[in-house]
Write a protein that binds this ligand. Structure first.
Ligand SMILES: Nc1ncnc2c1ncn2[C@@H]1O[C@H](COP(=O)(O)OP(=O)(O)O)[C@@H](O)[C@H]1O
Ligand SMILES: N[C@@H](CCC(=O)OP(=O)(O)O)C(=O)O
Length: 374
């Protein structure tokens, strides 16, 4: 499949909108432009695609409300501006999406949340549920509790982490430039746009050393790093101008514009590599014949009803192997319940999980997105 087709087929899209773009000449939020992006995202939703929005802009909105002429340099003032501005930011999105009868949700995350296994799984489960309900999650950094991120303005990384989290097909980073140039176009009139390049290309560092604009803070370097991070879960990254007319819908229809940063491997291979390289086996699940067939047929999750036995001292989120009655390895994946709870759930239908455990967790023992059949 060619790149155009791949992008046009993308089902899960993360759109990151940067500070440099969201502000109206440096004064508060550009609400007219926000309305245009919302129109486009609503169109994608109508086509049955799932969209997560990662939006900056809280500091810029808060600065205007608090009467700050320049971006504060003190972290506590940045945090105050972010807290004030976040209210307006989500309010503007909510009222625009409401016109299309679309529901939004506010998600505030830190990088730490996503490196902690338990919180990672919880964030993922919430996001998946919201997407399943047709909601548009609007993600920003939880600026009140971080210092480094707010100083460097790094929502690009957050966008990539979210793309990893939900295994998005595409990460679209909208900024104030047409894409990535071979040198900073602010300083070099002869800078040329790069239409497409592998995210792993080592020449990228030297192209992006020029820094950022007045309100944005990460510059292109964080975007390149974000593309590399997103490529780990096999996502394509696009850097494009948010001022280009209908940019989101045109891209989603397969039109080639901006700069594409391509992963070295596809989604399935990336997931296999990730499972193989980063995690150790913590236990094993013995499947009955029906479950073996269901997994081998492909595209199915592992439900507790098809598991006969569990060995090992694993916790929620650990990797376990799935074996058949003869001990042959069928699959490996990340388990949603720890060993003690899994033992209680053996052979039980998912509808009984609440009764057995006293709370309603995920219906799958291993979700199909976290499963690699060998
Ligand atoms: N090679 C490059 N190509 C394009 N832009 C570059 C390059 N190197 C540095 N930049 C700068 O990066 C800026 C975008 O980054 P930033 O202001 O952080 O945006 P955002 O807030 O959208 O994340 C551009 O305005 C540009 O000045
Ligand atoms: N979280 C903050 C700062 C994030 C930020 O500016 O990031 P970026 O858009 O990548 O330059 C905000 O919403 O203003």
């Amino acid at each position: 499949m060619g790149m155009r087709e791949r992008i046009a087929k993308a089902q899960r899209i993360v759109v990151k909108i940067g500070s440099a773009l969201l502000t109206n000449d440096g004064q508060g939020l550009d609400v007219d432009r926000i309305a245009l992006w919302v129109d486009q995202i609503a169109q994608l939703k109508a086509q049955g695609k799932e969209v997560v929005l990662v939006s900056s802009g809280s500091v810029a909105a808060g600065m205007k409300r608090l009467g700050f002429a320049n971006r504060p340099t003190q972290i506590n003032e940045l945090q105050a501006a972010a807290a004030v501005g976040q209210m307006e930011l989500v309010g503007v999105y909510e009222s625009n999406f409401e016109k299309y009868d679309l529901c939004t949700a506010q998600i505030l995350l830190t990088h730490d949340d996503l490196s902690n296994r338990r919180r990672y799984l919880n964030a993922r489960s919430s996001l998946r549920t919201l997407l399943g309900l047709g909601v548009i999650p609007i993600v920003n950094e939880n600026d009140t509790v971080v210092t480094d991120e707010i100083r460097f303005g790094d929502n690009d990384t957050l966008g990539a982490l979210v793309a990893n989290l939900i295994e998005a097909d595409v990460l679209i980073i909208l900024t104030d430039q047409l894409g990535l140039f071979d040198k900073n176009p602010r300083d070099h009139k002869d800078a040329e746009l790069i239409p497409q390049i592998p995210a792993s290309d080592e020449r990228l560092e030297s192209m992006v050393s020029g820094g950022a604009g007045a309100l944005g803070s990460g510059g292109m370097l964080t975007k390149v790093r974000a593309a590399r991070l997103a490529s780990r879960s096999g996502a394509d990254t696009l850097i494009a101008s948010g001022r280009e007319q209908d940019v989101i819908t045109r891209v989603a229809a397969g039109e080639i514009l901006g700069t594409w940063l391509l992963p070295d491997t596809g989604r399935e291979a990336a997931r296999k590599q990730w499972l193989a390289g980063h995690l150790r086996n913590r236990g094993s699940l013995v499947l009955d014949d029906g479950a073996v067939k269901a997994l081998q047929k492909g595209g199915n999750s592992l439900l507790p009803v098809g598991v006969k036995d569990a060995q090992g001292d694993f916790r929620r989120g650990d990797m376990v192997i799935c074996v058949d009655g003869a001990g042959r390895i069928i699959a490996r994946g990340l388990v949603n319940y720890g060993a003690a709870e899994t033992l209680k759930l053996l052979g039980k239908p998912s509808s009984k999980i609440g009764e057995v455990l006293g709370y309603n967790g995920e219906p799958e023992l291993i979700h199909r997105d976290d499963l690699v059949v060998t």
